[in-house]
Design a protein around this ligand. Structure first.
Ligand code: ASP
Length: 318
């Protein structure tokens, strides 16, 4: 960079899950709590980017704050499997080196994103799951947590309703309806740092009532998470099985690279592909020039991003 070159534009975008988020079933207090959670997370990532820190550090820090916030379906607030356990998945990718780390089916790791990063940087692997991944966490001094730490009454009640509904047959009865806000909340962040490097991170408890052992798109590199300095960084949320089959995150990058289309167009098209297969959701993305996109085809997506003037924009509904 020459002495007088303009500073590289930093960018940060996060999501806290997409779904049918109904304005009428959300209390003002609850909405404030979600907004505060998003703001705290943006603040953590912004502090790093603003002081010249890396995009990898920024997305990890952002996601970590959301994992610690019980409102979101990741880390502490993870949904339950059909067996009443919590199984978490996460991934991180460095767009500069194309290195990546992913973890799946974790039951006792407080911050799955921290372990994903350790897999990226301290192992020769890309993805580790279950007890092997937890052993690796222990060996690397990563904080573990008892299953009780991941228990939230709201998620537990949601599981009971889903089970009751399945037992009674899907009669659409009011008492079985769980608010979609109870079901969604996968978290993710993408960033561009002051050196122009991109990174993406995603963390989730998966889908409510999933079978133990099920892994969705979030930790699958190219499906729920992808970053490449040549194109963009992407983190997805939605019906994971369809996002895997449409390889959504990598598809955004491939469309930009091979078709030469803009980030918003590529993001819409890739999301459209998952939708055609039957999966709804959204994604957040930043391109190599710092442009951002936050498309979703559900009624809401918890989301926030940093404007060029340093202001945070936070939104939930369409
Ligand atoms: N994509 C996540 C999964 O399938 C869930 C979500 O984003 O709501 O595990």
């Amino acid at each position: 960079m020459t002495k007088n070159a303009p500073p590289v534009r930093i960018a940060l975008v996060l999501h806290g899950g997409a779904g049918t988020i109904d304005r009428n079933s959300m209390t003002p207090e609850r909405e404030r709590e979600y907004r505060a959670g998003i703001e705290n997370a943006l603040r953590a990532g912004h502090a790093i980017l603003q002081t010249g820190g890396s995009s990898v550090d920024a997305v990890e820090a952002t996601v970590r704050v959301l994992e610690d916030d019980p409102h979101f379906n990741a880390g502490r607030g993870s949904v339950f499997t059909s067996a009443g356990t919590n199984e978490m998945d996460a991934a991180i990718m460095d767009g500069k080196t194309l290195r990546a780390g992913a973890v799946g089916a974790l039951e006792h790791v407080r911050n799955p994103i921290v372990l994903a990063r350790a897999v990226m940087e301290k192992s020769k692997h890309v993805m580790m799951v279950g007890t092997g991944a937890e052993e690796f966490a222990k060996r690397n001094g990563i904080e573990l947590a008892d299953s009780k730490y991941f228990f939230t009454q709201r998620r537990w009640d949601a599981l009971q309703k889903i089970k009751a509904k399945a037992k009674a047959g899907a009669d659409g009865s009011e008492k079985f309806i769980i608010s979609e806000a109870e079901r969604h909340g996968t978290v993710g962040a993408v960033a561009r740092d002051s050196e122009g490097n991109l990174a993406a991170a995603t963390s989730t408890g998966g889908t409510d009532n999933k079978l133990p052992g099920r892994i969705g798109d979030s930790p699958v590199i190219g499906a729920g998470t992808y970053a490449n300095n040549a194109t963009c960084a992407v983190s997805c949320t939605g019906d994971g099985e369809f996002f895997v089959r449409a390889a959504v995150a990598h598809q955004v990058s491939a469309l930009m690279e091979l078709r030469g289309i803009s980030l918003p167009e590529a993001a819409e098209q890739a999301l459209g592909e998952a939708k055609r297969l039957g999966g709804a959701g959204g994604l957040i993305a930043v391109d190599k020039d710092g442009n951002v996109a936050l498309p979703f085809n559900t009624s809401g997506m918890y989301r926030g991003y940093l404007r060029d003037n340093g202001k945070f924009i936070i939104d939930i509904y369409k």
